[in-house]
Design a protein around this ligand. Structure first.
Ligand code: SIN
Length: 293
């Protein structure tokens, strides 16, 4: 796929890779305006080629961000966090200067714990700290391709079992207790007990648009289906470490008005929590995805 798309080029936009593994900045697009079909197709192709794309200096209302997001599909509402009052499809991700917890500060793929995890996530920077608060991304095609043939054969039949709240599963603090008084990422939507937060998915999934195989793993994966915790732990630990080897990653430094859009089907990401004492505010929209296969 990548080869074909590169040969087609991007006629209406300027696409500049930011690392060897994944990630590209796109210039020449004002996301507050409706995109014509050619420009939208080029942006979509850039996402499939580069896995995470970045736009700078955008001025977007919640509605304008939503209009752009909807070009990629329906909106995946977070199962247990409320969105903005006037635009519920947008989930605020806010860390106040006094907060110590950083939302998303573990390698993960969004909503892997749901039956139909989010296809993509769009994050728009409203306020950023003077330094820090970068986001890391990792390429899960590369993570899969780098495995030996024997390991690939062995993993082919496995499914991971993911949960949205491992503390709940472990009998520790509830989700409400964990979020209270720390991050203002959004009010809890329902009692955590009422929402489905557990799912089993193929460890090796096929990207529905590119047809390529990808290692589908992240911090939500707790064990392999039909294996005990003890049996799962060594292989899970190896794969979680392998998947985010530095040469599979890129790092994005935000500025106010930056927008990132990543493909959760073939990436993981990690929000770096290195800016205590400063405020960071992002507007997040997740796009609905398919049942992984
Ligand atoms: C997330 O995991 O969606 C948040 C990423 C970030 O805040 O950089």
């Amino acid at each position: 796929m990548t080869g074909i798309l590169h040969r087609m080029g991007y006629q209406t936009i300027d696409v500049r890779p930011i690392a060897g593994a994944l990630g590209a900045e796109i210039d020449g697009v004002d996301l507050s305006q409706p995109l014509d079909e050619r420009t939208f197709d080029a942006v979509h192709r850039a996402l499939l080629d580069h896995l995470v794309i970045f736009f700078r200096d955008q001025t977007l209302t919640p509605r304008e961000q939503l209009v752009f997001a909807r070009r990629f599909g329906g909106i995946h509402l977070h199962p247990f966090v409320k969105g903005l009052p006037d635009c519920p499809e947008i989930m605020p991700v806010i860390k106040e200067a006094g907060d110590t917890r950083t939302f998303g500060s573990a390698w993960h793929s969004d909503q892997m714990f749901t039956a139909r995890p989010a296809m993509g996530t769009m994050l728009y920077a409203k306020a950023v700290p003077p330094v820090g608060g970068d986001t890391l991304y990792a390429n899960m095609y590369m993570a899969y391709d780098a495995l030996s043939d024997s390991m690939k054969d062995m993993l082919a039949a496995l499914k991971t079992f993911s949960v949205g709240d491992r503390f709940k599963q472990a009998g520790g603090k509830s989700r409400a207790q964990r979020y209270a008084g720390t991050s203002k990422m959004g009010e809890l939507l329902k009692d955590p007990g009422n929402v489905q937060t557990e799912s089993a998915h193929p460890l090796i999934r096929t990207h529905p648009e590119t047809g390529r195989k990808t290692l589908y793993i992240g911090s939500h994966a707790q064990r392999f289906k039909r294996m005990s915790d003890a049996e799962s732990a060594p292989l899970l630990a190896f794969l979680k470490t392998h998947a985010v080897r530095p040469e599979f990653t890129c790092r994005f430094t935000w500025a106010e008005g930056s927008l990132a859009f990543w493909d959760n089907r073939c990436t993981q990401h990690f929000a770096i929590g290195d800016y205590d004492g400063h405020r960071r505010e992002m507007h997040r929209i997740t796009i609905a995805g398919d049942t992984p296969f």
